[in-house]
Structure formats: C-alpha cells, structure tokens
Design a protein around this ligand. Structure first.
Ligand code: PMV
Length: 325
C-alpha cells in the first residue's frame, strides 16, 4: 500500500547545537522551533516484495548511492519499529528552495518517517514519529508538530525520552518569518561536521551549555505569554551565541558571509527606528528575520532594497505532519 505524508520545515529559535550520541542523534541541549507554512516535503513510500533493495527518488531523480544508503539505513529503523521486512520504493518531492541553502532534512525525514510507518500498515504516536524522525536528522524531530515546538533532549541512553512536543499550536501566536537568501552556494561545513568540531574543540562550547537551558526556559515563557519583544531578544541572543562557539573551534570556522552581516545590521537598524524584527541564522549564510504580520511587508521591502539580498521567502507558522491519500 502506497502512503504519502507531508511535513513542513522548521526554524530553530533556540538552536540544537551538539550531540551526546552521534548514532542515535541525541542532543546535548533541548531546542525550540517554529514550523514554517511555506516549505515542505511530500514523501510516498510503498513496501514491495519484488524489490531487492530500497529505491529513492528526490524530485523525480534517483539520488547518489551514498544518499540511497543513508535513506535505506533510516528505513531499517522504521522496519525494526514496525516489523515490516520488505524493501520500499520512496519518492520524495521537496517544496523547499534547497539550492538556496534552506534545510530540507527536517521536513524530509519527518515526512519519510510518517509515510513509511503508515505504508508498513503500522501506527505510531506523534512522540514515536518524532523519535524515528530524529534518527534521520535531529531537527526533523521537531517537524512532526505544527506551531511552536520544543525538542526535549531527554536523559536516557536509548533516546526513548528524546522527542519533540508542541508548546503552542499554529494559529495562536502569529509571527512572520522572512527567509532572506544571500547565497545559493552549497554550505562548506555541514551542521553535522560543524557541531562535532565545536563540541570537541571549542573552549566556548561550555559557555553555550551553561546558558542554553536558561534561554529555553525564558523563551518558552515569552511564547506562552505571546510576548514578541522578549521572544525576539532571546532568539537573536541565542543565535549569536551558537555562532560564537564556532569561532573558538579548531580549526575555527564561520557560517556567515559579508552579506549575512549586512542583513544583520539592517535588522538592527530597522529596530532602532522602531520597526520590530530580529534575526536568526542556521549552519549557512542565509538569514531568517522574525517579525509580526503587521510589519512584514515594510520590512520585506526594506530588506529587498539591500544589494546583497537575492530573494526573500515570507512564511508564517505552519502545521505538523499530514497524510495526503
Ligand atoms: O538536524 P540538523 O543536522 O539539520 O542540524 C540543525 C542545526 C541547526 O540548524 C544549526 C540548529 C537547529 O536546531 O535547527
């Protein structure tokens, strides 16, 4: 039986930055994100006993053998969860501008986990789907839910308490996220590699660990009270702190380009003039600007006037996993 699931990508306001277990994708800190309404992945899975290996197409193209094996290893986890023994045909379509450096792994693994469990004829709770998706890409654990989502790091060695939960559903606290593209280049240091190097070598990493828990507590309070200003101040502070840890890594690295800094400066300048907006940045040079639906248009216009800005994709708070058939 072929089953199709849709999952949206997310942007972290409190970053997941570091693993305590690389095989199970267990993080060193809890994180929090907004699910985005405009970027998503649709994935169909069909288990079939005529197949002698899993097959995977992305946007109608077969992927490289390395990528296929990665997906197949992930499907092994779904097989062990559901008791399914057959191989599967997986077709995935990304409605995420991946070329622009927007991560599609979160929506990708979340949609794959959901579709594969359904295709195996099994049922899973959202917590179980979050645990499965986490083992494809950490941030995918959060894309299972819509709205504002916390991924609780958990304490167990088997990872069974490391899953996401919803803090506030979509449609409750309207925020606007402008994804500002400054570069379409593939990132040089993937998040997996960047985290590992930072955890192992950066003397600033301890400072991150010592304070990220407090950032999370404070931002949850701000979100629940729909206090936009407080949420914005904390998310920008947390993003800068994450990026600061990479400067102390050995060898050191930085995800920003000069264009990234120009956008950051523009955000701070708009704020000084009373236009409220804040920025966050993931493991790449593009910037996400968080603002309110009321000021979104004006801020977008101002950002588009910067010569370093290639494009802007406006998003709002989006939904969790859905099934298409
Ligand atoms: O799950 P990954 O491997 O895509 O790592 C995500 C890392 C950050 O985007 C930098 C932070 C986050 O929480 O999404």
């Amino acid at each position: 039986m072929k089953k199709t699931a849709r999952a949206h990508t997310n942007i972290a306001l409190i970053k997941y930055w570091g693993k305590r277990d690389e095989t199970l994708f267990l993080p060193t800190n809890s994180s929090l994100s907004i699910t985005l309404d405009q970027f998503y992945t649709d994935t169909s899975v069909e288990f079939d006993d005529v197949l002698d290996q899993d097959t995977f197409t992305l946007n109608n193209q077969p992927v490289s053998e390395t990528e296929r094996i990665k997906i197949s290893r992930f499907l092994d986890k779904v097989r062990s969860f559901t008791g399914e023994t057959r191989f599967s045909r997986v077709e995935s379509t990304n409605h995420v501008p991946t070329a622009a450096g927007f991560a599609s792994s979160a929506s990708g693994f979340s949609a794959l986990a959901a579709a594969a469990v359904k295709a195996a004829g099994a049922e899973a709770t959202l917590e179980e789907l979050s645990i499965l998706a986490r083992q494809g890409s950490g941030s995918a654990s959060r894309s299972v839910y819509g709205g504002f989502v916390e991924w609780q790091m958990g304490e167990r060695e088997d990872g069974l308490d490391s899953y996401a939960k919803q803090i506030l559903p979509e449609g409750t606290f309207d925020v606007s996220v402008l994804s500002v593209e400054v570069s379409t280049e593939q990132k040089k240091i993937l998040s997996r590699e960047g985290m590992k190097r930072t955890v192992e070598t950066s003397p600033f990493y301890q400072g991150w660990l010592d304070t990220v828990g407090e950032d999370l507590t404070n931002i949850k309070d701000a979100i629940i009270n729909q206090d936009f200003t407080r949420m914005g101040e904390i998310l920008e502070y947390n993003a800068l702190k994450m990026h600061a840890t990479t400067l102390g890594a050995n060898p050191p690295f930085l995800y920003w380009q000069s264009a990234t800094l120009k956008v950051m400066e523009a955000v701070q300048a708009m704020r000084e003039k009373g236009l409220e907006c804040y920025f966050t940045i993931d493991a790449g040079p593009n910037v996400k600007v968080i603002t309110t639906p009321k000021t979104e248009k004006e801020i977008e216009k101002k950002l588009r006037s910067l010569d370093v800005v290639k494009d802007i994709y406006p998003c709002r708070v989006g939904p969790g996993i859905s099934y298409i058939d």
